[in-house]
Design a protein around this ligand. Structure first.
Ligand SMILES: CC(C)(COP(=O)(O)OP(=O)(O)OC[C@H]1O[C@@H](n2cnc3c(N)ncnc32)[C@H](O)[C@@H]1OP(=O)(O)O)[C@@H](O)C(=O)NCCC(=O)NCCS
Length: 155
């Protein structure tokens, strides 16, 4: 069965999927109204979702991307990310940004598509969430900001 990727109204964004990428429902609900939401489906099942918010001057931020745990490592996340990267390239965007932790497979996931580390926000995860966040038993403290620049597209 093939993967179908499409944009849906932000009000229809699959929250349970987005919570896999960001544990704060409050945060997700705060950025959704200003964002665009893209979903990847196999048949009737939404297996992945991605949310992007405009940042001004041709910059856009990938706020969240997630694939259902039972469908991870099947290439859907990469297909969805590539689709979104291409959409914004064709739309003339200057750059796409994303914030992520300082370790883990997600770093390779983004860099494989051309994202490069542009800055570090120290203690972001401590400042932004009421509870400590752990991944693979390691506490997340700092956020890396990665940027994909679209050469040829100017704001
Ligand atoms: C990040 C995510 C969207 C990637 O989607 P995906 O469909 O699993 O990705 P792909 O199948 O295209 O795989 C991309 C790479 O990530 C790796 N990967 C995916 N899930 C993984 C996991 N849980 N643990 C370790 N590696 C993983 C894959 O093995 C693959 O690497 P490889 O090519 O070297 O084998 C998905 O794993 C996810 O929803 N994670 C939880 C939420 C999250 O962390 N979102 C990003 C927030 S910054």
């Amino acid at each position: 069965m093939s993967l179908r990727i499409q944009e849906v109204p932000a009000a229809e964004a699959p929250l349970e999927l987005l919570l896999l990428a960001d544990p704060s429902e409050e945060k997700i609900r705060s950025y959704l109204p200003e964002s665009r939401c893209f979903v990847a489906s196999r048949g009737a099942v939404v297996v992945g979702a991605c949310v992007v918010q405009p940042r001004g001057a041709g910059a856009h931020e990938l706020m969240s991307i997630a694939v259902l745990p039972e469908h991870q490592k099947s290439g859907y996340g990469t297909a969805l990310l590539r689709w979104v990267v291409d959409l914004y390239r064709r739309a003339g965007a200057r750059q796409l940004e994303v914030g992520t932790g300082t370790f883990g497979y997600q770093l390779a996931f983004y860099q494989r598509q051309g994202f490069r580390v542009t800055s570090i926000d120290r203690d972001f995860f401590v400042r932004s969430y009421p509870e400590p966040i752990f991944e693979n038993g390691i506490q997340l403290f700092d956020m890396l900001r990665l940027t994909l620049r679209y050469p040829g597209n100017v704001a």
